[in-house]
Design a protein around this ligand. Sequence first.
Ligand SMILES: CC(C)(COP(=O)(O)OP(=O)(O)OC[C@H]1O[C@@H](n2cnc3c(N)ncnc32)[C@H](O)[C@@H]1OP(=O)(O)O)[C@@H](O)C(=O)NCCC(=O)NCCS
Length: 173
Amino acid sequence: MEIRKARLQDASNIYELVNSLSSDGTLLRRAFAEICENVRDFTVAESAQGIFQGCGALHLYGPHLAEVRSIVVRPEAKSKGTGGLLLQSLLDEAEDHGVGCVCLFTRIPDFFFRHGFRVVEDRTALPDKIYKDCQNCPRLYRCDEVAMARGQIPKVSILGTRIEAEQLVRLTG
Ligand SMILES: CC(C)(COP(=O)(O)OP(=O)(O)OC[C@H]1O[C@@H](n2cnc3c(N)ncnc32)[C@H](O)[C@@H]1OP(=O)(O)O)[C@@H](O)C(=O)NCCC(=O)NCCS
């Protein structure tokens, strides 16, 4: 299995796989244009035969925080360690960038526990994530995801303050 940074030529495979799991809310829907624009965030897994097996993205908010997004492995390729390799590669990338904390929202915390993530009980401790995604999320009023992080939760934010995030969550919860 090869794990490598995505190229623009991977965008259609990424688009199809990510959106195949978006209708039930497993993954956030991503527009093709958004994937192309952010393709440098993505890492892909490819078989020895060069066949696309899965992907994951690392979104950088700033030196204080990054987020693992859109991590997914093709159904027929699951349980062979590919998801773990993709995740480790994204964590290595965050470390290369000197980012102290990596967060994510998920419905499958058990997978991420195995990779050093812990639950963040109060999601307003991650205001950047709330401002980036939650406001526009169709599941805003019925979020069933668990907030998780690896590393120290940052005391600073770039997109909104914690107080603003608390207000937003209160208004919508
Ligand atoms: C999560 C995912 C990327 C893991 O990929 P993978 O290649 O199967 O991962 P690995 O082989 O490294 O690890 C597999 C282990 O992860 C854990 N795991 C995987 N999916 C899980 C789930 N839905 N719930 C709980 N644990 C899970 C299990 O312990 C599993 O071991 P097992 O196969 O012996 O049961 C893959 O299952 C997937 O694409 N899921 C759908 C998309 C998704 O939910 N992404 C996460 C969004 S935050």
